[in-house]
Ligand binder design. Structure first.
Ligand code: TXA
Ligand code: MG
Length: 326
């Protein structure tokens, strides 16, 4: 049985008790909802992989409530600490050399661990009350759309977590930006809620590093991530050919589609990329629920949060099922 509770001090205490006892809890963050367990309890973390049907080679992010707590899990360099001080709490995840205390299942056997301090009062209260760092991937089933509401998580995670905390819509709506440090440089492993421009402004050193060099890859960054149930096609320069008998949905950036599609959603009528990011997953969830076969998605400008949006749309478009519906 899964409890479903509006966020309150009592509900957070209850979720913390589940986590302390080796259970699992869905909790809000400013990016997307997370499915959390005690990061130091390998058995509890194994439940996360089961509930999500996530392959074990895909490592988890560990959520902390302070920089001091981060230090218990990883070696924090001067540069990493500067980034934490500048951007935590917030949508920035740092991949750092891990300490022995972190179980292998959390990091998929890597010698690094991904850490972040979420900018959400309930999430921070939960981590503090649990008295332990909280390992948490996004609270969706593996490969599917990320949850920006508690209901999204409830609908996807049918093999239930112990409790789902409902705090309304996630403010940012796309996952955190993931950075790693390699060969003396910082690299972006995943574009997310903290725009690249903001990271670059923070350190000139980073600025140079982000542009050059061979980009390392994150083990979990598979092409088929973030997919709706429907096939998704990014609208390119080529003329759109729509076929009879196929039910189309349309994800527009700023205005109603020119194409004759009845089921559509607009990401931001003012062209605001922050608003577009906040709406991205919930609009895709809604188009899915409307029962369309194919979602036609307009590209958005690749700057600011537009990079994270385009990354999610490209991955959804790369899913295998799209090749069947041509
Ligand atoms: O905003 C977020 O980051 C959300 C909320 C819940 O905090 N979490 C999230 O977790 O998106 P998840 O598991 O869906 O994505 C974690 C990403 C994956 O791409 C994974 O491969 C990468 O972080 N990652 C985790 N540990 C890593 C490591 N040690 N080295 C490289 N990449 C790592
Ligand atoms: Mg995810």
């Amino acid at each position: 049985m899964t409890l479903f509770a509006k966020v309150s001090p009592a509900a957070v205490r209850k979720a913390a008790a589940f986590i302390r006892g080796g259970g699992t809890a869905v909790f809000p963050t400013e990016t997307v909802y997370g499915l959390g367990a005690d990061a130091l309890n390998a058995k509890a973390v194994a439940r996360i992989f089961e509930i999500k049907k996530r392959p074990r080679f895909d490592p988890l992010i560990v959520h902390v409530a302070s920089i001091a707590q981060a230090r218990t899990l990883a070696r924090v360099s001067v540069g990493a600490e500067a980034l934490m001080k500048r951007f935590w709490p917030g949508p920035l995840t740092l991949v750092l050399p891990k300490k022995r205390i972190v179980p292998d299942i959390v990091t998929a056997g890597l010698d690094t661990v991904a850490l972040r301090m979420p900018d959400n009062a309930a999430a921070l209260a939960l981590i503090r009350a649990a008295g332990t760092p909280v390992a948490a991937p996004s609270a969706n089933s593996f490969g599917s759309l990320s949850p920006t509401t508690a209901a999204h998580a409830r609908d996807q995670l049918t093999d239930g977590p112990d409790i789902i905390l409902d705090a309304g819509r996630a403010r940012i709506g796309v996952e955190s930006t993931v950075l790693t440090f390699k060969n003396g440089r910082w690299f972006i492993l995943r574009h997310g809620g903290l725009p690249q421009e903001a990271v670059e402004r923070a350190t000139g050193e980073l600025n140079a590093a982000l542009k050059g060099g061979k980009r390392p890859v994150s083990p979990g960054q598979l092409a088929k991530h973030y997919s709706p149930r429907a096939a998704l096609r990014l609208i390119g320069q080529a003329r759109l050919k729509m076929r009879k008998g196929v039910r189309y949905g349309y994800l527009a950036f700023t205005s109603r589609p020119a194409a004759a599609v009845k089921t559509f959603r607009i990401l931001s009528s003012t062209g605001n990329l922050g608003e577009a990011a906040a709406n991205l997953f919930s609009h895709l969830h809604e188009l899915d629920r409307a029962g369309v076969d194919v979602i036609l998605a307009e590209p958005v400008p690749e700057k600011g949060l537009g990079r994270a949006i385009m990354d999610r749309l490209r991955r959804a478009a790369a899913a295998k099922k799209n090749r069947k519906i041509k």
